[in-house]
Design a protein around this ligand. Structure first.
Ligand code: SIN
Length: 518
């Protein structure tokens, strides 16, 4: 069926929670470019932040989120997020998700920027625990059709409204129109734009690129968050070592085994991620940086962090005896497709949820474990507003064969893009470096377009999205002449509230600089 009431692109927590809700209203098609479980959500370790502890309050969670967001959070969106948190954790538990408990109460973890313990978790694999339940429930629903190995290429916009997407059905080598009066982008993040990332291979920014090509507004693209600790061995994607490890007392040490974060921020190793990542980059100039949890002892580490313990051991490191080599890596895009509280974009018929969207809750820096909550809260708010649209989509169904080409060069171009972005649109940026990135991206884009003119494959579609999103991030970074949150510009190293309490918004090729509303 290529025609449904709701078309959802992406199968992470945002896509599947919207699909489950929408299935109460009509037929839903979920398309995903690999398999249902291949998403960033599946890799989330830490958990889901919500006000669940006796010592916590909504005001605390709101204040922490806004403080970490460095002046650019949308307060109203943050309030919606926080106040709905406990109810949505209850919704997940009702679906069958099991969070760790201590007796009668949830065992809550702590992460950077949080002033209280408030992270509900399932061991150190919360994402996959949640995803397994979501996938199960989606598969049980007779109203939801799942189409795997279908790669979205672009949005179909007709008379100003989104009517669906054009996608490559990889197994059938066919380009197909999927039509729906409501199309939902839930395509996740962009970590693959960087040489080091915690994100899976599918995180190539496809939804953000498609929305931009179609003329939807995007905001806050310069704020790419780097997670301080991935296991610094192997190749991308690098294995994440959850911030909850530092929340439980893990200490960052430099090459001389000094605990360097103590002198840098009052929260030490649990300072906001931008501050920790930048301090680590400085230390990395002198040698390797390590995470030290030896003092926590084997029984605790094995019980609380079984997956991390196991993975470190597989790479030859004992959490009990060794210092663990770690590095920052690209982790999360704080900006994205601009939406209101119901996930509505600036294009009628097009909604966006999760990491590809920009609800305004993250501002210039996302607080840990707020993102899975964001997926749940904003899809539930949308469900309260949305009604099934009557009538059919008046486009003729389209399906045609395409030439699937073999393009080894796409891998070379992808690696080059990742290196360029890591070196110059990464943790430390400069005006000259960013200008050079724009030049290099233009060359990569020309090659990608020339390859695409000969035929298609998933690598090329991804490369095309990656280069578009890389340019948007770099252009936004060049526009913001200050340093704030995850955006650090060496030429302007200070936060400048007088001139830059603003959002950088793209609409097509136009950049608007809009005042921040408090
Ligand atoms: C982590 O476990 O450190 C990741 C959590 C997050 O990024 O929200």
């Amino acid at each position: 069926m290529n025609h449904s009431n709701f078309l959802v692109v992406g199968s992470g927590l945002a896509g599947l929670s919207f699909a489950l809700r929408a299935a109460e209203l009509g037929e839903v098609t979920v398309i995903t470019k690999k398999a249902l479980m291949d998403s960033n959500s599946s890799l989330a370790q830490g958990g889901i932040a919500a006000v669940l502890g006796a010592d916590d309050s909504f005001e605390n969670h709101i204040d922490d989120t806004i403080r970490v967001g460095k002046g650019l959070c949308d307060r109203r969106a943050v309030e919606l997020l926080v106040r709905r948190g406990p109810e949505l954790i209850g919704w997940l538990m009702g679906l069958g998700v099991e969070f760790d408990r201590m007796g009668d109460v949830l065992d809550l973890g702590k992460e950077g920027g949080h002033s209280r313990r408030r992270v509900a978790h399932s061991g150190d694999l919360t994402g996959s625990a949640v995803q397994e339940v979501m996938v199960q429930r989606v598969k049980e629903s007779p109203a939801i059709e799942i189409r795997e190995k279908v790669v979205a290429v672009d949005l179909v916009v007709h008379e100003g409204s989104c009517r669906g997407i054009r996608a490559l059905d990889v197994e059938r080598s066919r380009l197909v129109n999927f039509q729906a009066p409501v199309t939902v982008l839930a395509t996740g993040g962009v970590g693959q734009l960087y040489a080091k990332t915690s994100n899976p291979a599918v995180a190539t920014g496809d939804g953000v690129a498609m929305a931009w090509w179609a003329g939807a507004e995007l905001a806050d693209m310069e704020f790419t968050q780097f997670h301080p600790t991935v296991l610094n061995v192997g190749t991308s994607p690098f294995f994440l070592i959850s911030e909850t490890v530092r929340g439980e007392g893990g200490i960052l040490r430099n090459n001389s085994e000094e605990a360097f974060m103590k002198g840098i921020h009052r929260l030490g190793d649990l300072a906001p991620r931008d501050i920790v990542s930048r301090a680590m980059v400085e230390e990395q100039k002198r040698g390797q940086v390590y995470l030290d949890v030896r003092h926590k002892g084997e029984p605790f580490l094995r019980r609380r962090f079984p997956t991390i313990y196991q993975r470190c051991a597989e790479e030859g490191y004992s959490m009990v005896r060794d210092l663990i080599p770690v590095s920052p890596a690209a982790h999360y895009l704080c900006g994205g497709i601009k939406v209101n509280e119901y996930g509505e974009t600036s294009i009628p018929g097009l909604l966006a949820f999760g990491e590809c969207s920009c609800t305004g809750i993250h501002g210039a820096n996302r607080m840990a474990s707020n993102s899975m909550l964001e997926c749940l809260v904003f899809t539930s708010l949308a469900f309260e507003k949305i009604r099934p649209h009557e009538g059919s989509v008046d486009l003729s169904p389209m399906e045609r064969e395409v030439q699937i080409v073999d393009t080894p060069e796409a891998h070379v171009l992808r690696s080059h893009l990742q290196d360029v972005m890591w070196d110059s649109t990464g943790i430390n940026r400069s005006v000259a470096g960013l200008k050079q990135v724009i030049v290099e991206l233009r060359e990569i884009e020309e090659r990608a377009e020339s390859l695409l003119s000969r035929g298609m494959n998933t690598d090329l579609i991804e490369l095309h999205s990656m280069v578009a999103v890389a340019r948007l991030i770099t252009r936004a970074a060049l526009t913001r002449r200050e340093s704030r949150g995850t955006h650090y510009l060496a030429d302007h190293p200070r936060r400048d509230d007088e001139n830059w309490l603003k959002h950088i918004v793209f609409k097509g090729n136009r950049i608007k600089v809009e005042d921040h509303r408090t």
